[in-house]
Design a protein around this ligand. Structure first.
Ligand SMILES: C[S@@+](CC[C@H](N)C(=O)[O-])C[C@H]1O[C@@H](n2cnc3c(N)ncnc32)[C@H](O)[C@@H]1O
Length: 485
């Protein structure tokens, strides 16, 4: 019998051979890591279903191989210090470094030239969140944050102190001019391409709050609900309000706008054919009303609305967010509001639900923001407003067990994952992101991602029963469709 090392190598080589053969069949080449140009053309091939499946096996096997081969002491050392990689990324995104390096072109940019753009003018630097002012002080930190990133294949050091983009670092670039980003950081993400907004949410408030997780978790459990507002975020930013109220403070204007764009970027992470497209929206009766509860700016509903012109939508959220949503829809689907296809309502989902004729109550990425007692309140208000035919759709990550799913839920259509990974891979294919997002919820909100059994119990208590689960390949975003009981 082959050793585990040989088995893992075998999976890597057979999967890479599949990727290569599929690229040839499509007359395409797999994107070159060092080439950040023309991402739209390059990236489409990596979303081919066969390539996605083969690549995910190669990736799972490669990281498992590293775990086997690596000295345990080095593994724990690297992991325990990896928060500093986030810190490095935070400096890059807060200093327009990604934009400056792009403007220099493929030959790269010397750290002194980066500093001339983002470090020479003390007035402009004053608008940012770091203190380095003169170029001598600034250039050294620039190289020091770029080098660990380049070692993780995020940027390239093409010659001493000269850094260029690659396919991964290009994701940090808003695509705007560095001057525009430095002049108006509050507008940086509006209409920008890429995922800079989501990266900044991670490297700013999540990073800082994350440092306090152990202090908050290792303490006596809260005696009453109000104590739940002692979140890691509360401690990190010395505040006593919840995340969404905190966002609305004038000093958090940049963070508030960035959060809206980060939610939009999060939706775009889902590959085509993702769970959002699996549910058959077009089979709903004409003029069905979809009430998007806690809609944010409504980017998820917008995608459904564009593909299904006969459906009606209502966006509900906090008043301040609803105003952003109106602007967004008018730009993305002009006339939809005027014709009544979409309406907007400021509504607190912890109060009685005013809409009684919904075809679907949609709650996307809401449950994970709250602990169980709060989710129960939201679900019960929706249950009280539901007709017998109303469905509830919960769009969330379903947290996989590392060891494979609980078979006692096999009776629910779609509950089990579509594929079983080949041995000796972990049942969750080594994908850590869902668990990190769960911890992000812990850091920012006392919220939680949940397993399927957890959702089953929680929704039952609120008067709903899971009828079907829509999963899509490797897309972590799943949909639970529930009926009132
Ligand atoms: C994680 S975002 C999800 C947004 C959107 N559903 C999506 O999937 O893109 C959570 C949303 O809940 C909203 N929210 C928070 N507390 C709320 C409340 N009490 N009533 C209504 N909406 C609320 C926030 O303003 C935010 O837009």
């Amino acid at each position: 019998m082959a050793s585990t090392l040989v088995e893992l190598c075998g999976l890597i080589s057979s999967s890479v051979a599949t990727v290569d053969a599929r690229c040839k069949a499509l007359s395409r080449t797999y994107p070159n890591l060092n080439n950040p140009t023309n991402p739209a053309e390059d990236e489409s091939v990596v979303q081919d279903t066969e390539i996605v499946e083969a690549a995910s096996i190669a990736l799972a096997a490669a990281s498992q191989l590293i775990a086997h081969l690596q000295l345990p002491a080095r593994s724990v050392l690297e992991t325990s210090l990896s928060f500093l990689v986030s810190a490095a990324m935070g400096v890059v995104t807060a200093s327009a470094t990604a934009e400056i390096i792009r403007e220099a072109g493929p030959q790269g940019c010397h750290i002194n030239d980066i500093a001339k753009k983002n470090g020479m003018d003390p007035m402009k630097i004053g608008k940012l969140q770091y203190t380095a002012i003169d170029s001598n002080k600034f250039t050294v930190p620039t190289a020091r944050v770029l080098r660990p990133l380049a070692t993780q294949h995020i940027f390239r050091e093409v010659s001493p102190d000269v850094f260029a983009h690659n396919r991964i670092s290009a994701m940090l670039d808003t695509g705007k001019s560095s001057q525009a980003v430095l002049d108006a950081p509050e507008d940086k993400h509006q209409g920008a391409k890429g995922f800079a907004a989501i990266i900044e949410l991670n490297t700013d408030e999540t990073f800082k709050a994350g440092a306090y997780i152990q202090d908050v978790v290792i303490k006596a459990p809260p005696e009453n609900e109000a104590d739940e507002l002692d979140t890691p975020l509360n401690r990190a930013f010395n505040t006593h309000v919840g995340l969404f109220s905190w966002f609305e403070r004038p000093e958090n204007r940049v963070r508030f706008r960035r959060f809206g764009m980060a939610m939009d970027a999060g939706r775009r992470v889902s590959p085509p054919g993702s769970a959002s497209q699996r549910f058959n929206w077009s089979a709903l009766p004409e003029r069905t009303l979809i009430v998007d509860v806690g809609a944010g700016i409504g980017s998820f509903s917008l995608a459904i609305a564009k593909a299904n012109p006969k459906l009606r939508f209502m966006m509900q959220d906090r008043a301040s967010v609803i105003e952003e949503g109106k602007e967004y829809w008018e730009k993305e689907l002009p006339g939809a509001a005027a014709s009544g296809r979409v309406s907007f309502q400021a509504h607190d989902f912890f109060s009685s639900q005013p809409i009684k004729d919904a075809g679907i109550f949609l709650i996307s990425r809401i449950c994970h923001d709250w602990s169980d007692s709060y989710v129960l309140k939201i679900l019960k208000h929706l249950r009280n407003a539901a007709q017998p035919t109303t469905k509830l759709m919960i769009q969330e990550r379903i947290i996989p067990f590392v060891c494979g799913e609980d078979e006692s839920y096999r009776h629910i259509p779609g509950a089990m994952p579509n594929t079983t990974p080949p041995k000796p891979l972990l049942a969750n294919m080594g994908s850590i992101v869902p668990y990190l997002i769960d911890m992000q919820m812990m850091a920012l909100l006392s919220g939680s991602e949940r397993t399927l059994p957890h959702y089953w119990r929680l929704t039952k208590e609120a008067g709903w029963e899971i009828e079907e689960v829509y999963r899509a390949g490797n897309d972590p975003m799943n949909q639970l469709v529930l009926r009132p009981i």
